[in-house]
Design a protein around this ligand. Structure first.
Ligand SMILES: *[C@@H]1O[C@H](CO)[C@@H](O)[C@H](O)[C@H]1NC(C)=O
Ligand SMILES: *[C@@H]1O[C@H](CO)[C@@H](O)[C@H](O)[C@H]1NC(C)=O
Ligand SMILES: *[C@@H]1O[C@H](CO)[C@@H](O)[C@H](O)[C@H]1NC(C)=O
Length: 229
């Protein structure tokens, strides 16, 4: 008898929980409101903008009326994506070919390229996950260290350094850090990469704390079809 009641109670609890999750999912899917990007400024800057999530984000922002500054490695693809954006949405685009694994001088070029634009949104999308072995077993550890630091850490710090002063001056700005996976716990073979992600996470939260009161919003998006829908 007692076990029967425990069984019924447990089943009821799980059923309620299931309904709750389904309702929450439906709510997020249908009602989630996106930031009003135009309220922050006319231009969005997207790093790593020609493939996958970065490209999809560029289209989403353009569909909401944002002009798009695309920074990426491949000139040909940049041109194609920019053309596609302009033909689909009635916005302006600007492209700059940059390899974020090159040394720090690239940021002078980026600063020149962005000079004078009314930038409301920065999307930090560039990054790499090329690490594939235990620390000492990488085929070229120096290269892996250099690339991971440049692509996953330096890019975010330097892009923020370039774009934030204008945002602070305007008292508005949105910095999005896109991420596919929430960090739960480290797994083998990705020590450096997983650690760079924690860096970005902590940096984003700390920066948000420092600049929230000046109208700057820094958000972390775990990309799912919800953001892109
Ligand atoms: C490893 O990468 C460095 C660049 O950090 C490069 O100079 C070197 O030639 C590479 N070594 C090998 C064996 O590929
Ligand atoms: C570490 O990186 C790998 C490769 O991208 C990823 O699959 C894994 O989820 C990461 N782990 C954490 C804890 O972030
Ligand atoms: C953005 O921050 C989240 C955690 O808040 C982190 O998981 C993610 O890796 C960060 N994005 C990048 C591109 O590093």
């Amino acid at each position: 008898m007692v076990f029967q009641w425990i069984g019924i109670a447990t089943t009821t609890y799980l059923a309620i929980k299931l309904v709750y999750y389904l309702a929450q999912g439906a709510y997020l899917y249908f009602f989630r409101t996106y930031p009003d990007f135009n309220k922050y400024g006319k231009w969005s800057v997207i790093t790593g903008a020609t493939d996958g999530i970065g490209k999809e984000t560029a289209f989403q922002l353009a569909s909401r009326g944002q002009n798009i500054a695309l920074i990426s490695r491949n000139t040909e693809r940049l041109k194609n994506v920019a053309k596609e954006i302009e033909s689909k949405h009635n916005v302006q685009t600007k492209c700059l070919t940059i390899d974020f694994s090159d040394d720090e001088e690239i940021y002078d070029k980026i600063a020149d390229f962005l000079q004078g634009l009314d930038i409301g949104t920065l999307v930090n999308n560039v990054g790499t996950d090329q690490e594939i072995a235990r620390f000492l077993e990488q085929s070229n550890l120096s290269l892996i260290i250099r690339n991971l630091v440049r692509l996953n850490i330096m890019s975010i710090l330097k892009m923020t350094q370039i774009v934030l002063p204008g945002m602070v001056e305007q008292k508005r700005g949105l910095i999005l850090n896109l991420s596919a996976f929430p960090i739960l716990h480290p797994i083998g073979k990705y020590a450096i990469m997983n650690a760079t992600k924690s860096f970005v996470d902590l940096f984003s939260r700390a920066l948000s704390y420092e600049y929230e009161s000046e109208g700057i919003t820094i958000q972390v998006y775990f990309i799912s079809s919800k953001f892109l829908a």
